[in-house]
Ligand binder design. Structure first.
Ligand code: ATP
Ligand code: FE2
Length: 335
């Protein structure tokens, strides 16, 4: 079964073709994975502007995905699209594209949850069987694992996503957008000697970044600290928070696999700390390749294919979007 997947939850518009028949070959099942990301110098995201970008980019990205995969539209058996969670404006563009294609090609379609797709793609491209997912992206930060018929959220951010926090901190430092990679680079020039004690906010199984951001803005205004030391200390503090909650979720669910997902998981120091935590507990860690960590359509195509194989289908008429759907709202009937 060949699946065309479409991703449009936030600033990335993506299209991918996967061949479910090659599932056993892991990454080779991904025949193409194309994307175009909206960007601005200032870093703000106005939903309408991002949607305009997607409207402008969608035909080219989808054409490229089909061409790279070497398939024509009529070779596609199923259309999958991200229906949740995300920005209503941008989700609508992806859903419209998916519905139009399904209508024209007379193919079934299925809408999928973006957060769950981040976990499922790891089951395609790594040896992970039943992992806990630390999903840290711009808008989302959740610790997710499968239990009793649902993907449950064991911990999450109470305010902003880890990536948005890093981006706001970077903006306050004058580093530009996206902030994560620039903080990552500066942090390498800092070290323990310059470590600054910062608010460490873990409440039960949840994390929050608001207080930390306020403290950082204050420190930046004071101007007494080196940027390298601030970046180093921020990374050590925030990643320790994320991994403390991940580790507790692994212990609670009695799972011995950890998967990373989301753009923040591209961070080398986070990966290093996650590997150390897993080694200490005798657990295995799986980190998909960079393009699959960030927002991508391959994970949407794959999850759509797996869901459809289990009998799930939407009709062109009813296929909609659900910007606020939560990970644990979805009944998982495909596992
Ligand atoms: P979502 O998936 O929540 O809709 P998104 O579109 O922002 O959000 P991603 O592309 O997964 O998702 O992630 C982008 C975020 O990842 C940005 O906030 C960026 O700063 C952060 N990021 C990217 N690279 C790194 C890095 N090396 N270190 C830390 N953060 C990073
Ligand atoms: Fe994402």
């Amino acid at each position: 079964m060949r699946v065309l997947g479409i991703e449009s939850t936030a600033h990335t518009f993506g299209a991918s073709v996967i061949d479910l028949a090659k599932e056993r070959e892991g990454e080779k099942a991904i025949l193409s994975d194309e994307k175009s990301a909206f960007s601005t110098e200032e870093g703000g995201m106005v939903p309408g502007e991002v949607a305009d970008h997607h409207v402008e980019a969608f035909d080219r990205v989808i054409r490229d995905a089909l061409a790279k995969a070497g398939v024509r539209l009529r070779d596609v058996d199923l259309v999958a699209y991200s229906k949740s969670p995300g920005l209503g404006h941008t989700l609508r563009v992806g859903a419209m594209a998916a519905r139009s294609i399904a209508l024209l090609a007379n193919r079934p379609l299925v809408g999928v949850n973006h957060c769950i797709a981040h976990l499922e793609i790891a089951r395609l491209v790594t040896d992970a069987k039943d992992p806990v997912l630390l999903y840290a992206s711009g808008a989302n930060t959740q610790i997710i694992a499968y239990e009793a018929g649902r993907y449950r959220i064991f911990g999450e951010t109470l305010d902003m996503g880890a990536g948005n926090f890093l981006d706001q901190f970077a903006r306050a430092l004058g580093l530009g957008f996206p902030g994560g990679p620039r903080i990552d680079a500066l942090a390498k020039e800092g070290d323990e000697k310059g470590f600054i004690e910062l608010p460490y906010t873990v409440k039960g199984m949840d994390v929050s970044f608001g207080g930390l951001l306020t403290r950082l803005k204050h420190l930046i205004r004071e101007g007494k600290r080196r940027r390298e030391d601030l970046c180093y200390s921020v990374q050590e503090t925030v990643f320790a928070m994320l991994l403390e909650v991940s580790e507790r979720a692994m212990a609670h669910c009695d799972k011995d696999e950890l998967v990373l997902g989301g753009g923040v998981a591209c961070n080398g120091r986070l990966q290093e700390m996650a590997k150390a935590m897993c080694a200490e507990r005798g657990a295995r860690i799986f980190i998909p390749a960079r393009p699959l960590l960030a927002d991508n359509a391959a994970m949407i195509a794959y999850l759509g294919g797996v869901m459809h194989r289990a009998g799930i289908s939407d009709s062109v008429r009813t296929a909609g979007i659900a910007p606020y759907e939560r990970t644990d709202d979805v009944a998982v009937t495909w596992r």
